[in-house]
Design a protein around this ligand. Structure first.
Ligand code: B4P
Length: 190
């Protein structure tokens, strides 16, 4: 099984590139951002709590996210592997994911980091605000999300580098160019 973490700053192209990876390799896509946005739309208790935090550019508590992922993995039988998009976002989430996978006789195959400078990310997300109107895509919240990324999320790269599972991929340029770079790395994975 291939279990891939697609990693990077907000707006680095995780959601965009997940679609291409899922199509090519038939992996099960798990996007915590998408799951949370569905909860918000359905106005569940979790959704209301998540909206408050997401609109401030903060992370949803680890315990909630970890329980959500555990349930999804338990339900996903007969899959070729997973593509984790936007998860893990803290080292605690990464450690919980590692132990969860061990319980299912699985492990992470690779963490693919999409490297995109902060100013490019800012431009992309402001453009998405115009196109899709996501409430967390305004300048103040994006700045906060980037701070949270650099302090709480970026250390995850070192966690997987220690296991020789970290690969950096240039996330700038056209979507198709980035996809081609990702495919090149995935082809080298066992
Ligand atoms: P996410 O939904 O994960 O949102 P994101 O980080 O902004 O990235 P996304 O995948 O949507 O965007 P993409 O880079 O593809 O998280 C939202 C919030 O949910 C978080 O801030 C947090 O509060 C909460 N949350 C989610 N997961 C959590 C967790 N595990 N723990 C705690 N809290 C969690 O694309 C961005 C834009 O760039 C798009 O418009 C796209 O079209 C464009 N784009 C992509 N590639 C491009 C390219 N090569 N060139 C030009 N534009 C490009």
């Amino acid at each position: 099984m291939k279990n891939i973490i697609l990693f990077g700053a907000p707006g680095s192209g995780k959601g965009t590139q997940s679609t291409a990876l899922v199509e090519r390799y038939g992996l099960r896509h798990i996007s915590t951002g998408d799951i949370l946005r569905k909860e918000i739309q359905a106005q569940t208790e979790l959704g209301n709590k998540a909206k408050e935090l997401m609109d401030k550019g903060q992370l949803v508590p680890d315990a909630i996210i970890i329980a959500m992922i555990e349930e999804l993995i338990a339900k996903s039988t007969e899959v070729k592997g997973f593509i984790f998009d936007g998860f893990p976002r803290t080292v605690a989430q990464a450690e919980a994911l590692d132990s969860m996978l061990v319980r299912y006789g699985q492990k992470i195959s690779s963490l693919l980091e999409l490297v995109v400078p902060d100013d490019v990310v800012m431009q992309r997300l402001l453009l998405r605000k115009e196109q899709e109107g996501r409430s967390d895509d305004n300048e103040e919240t994006i700045t906060r999300r980037l701070q949270v990324y650099h302090t709480q999320t970026a250390p995850i790269a070192a966690h997987y580098a220690k296991q020789n599972l970290h690969h950096s991929v240039d996330g700038t340029g056209a979507v198709e160019e980035v996809t081609a770079r990702l495919f090149q790395v995935v082809e080298t994975l066992a």
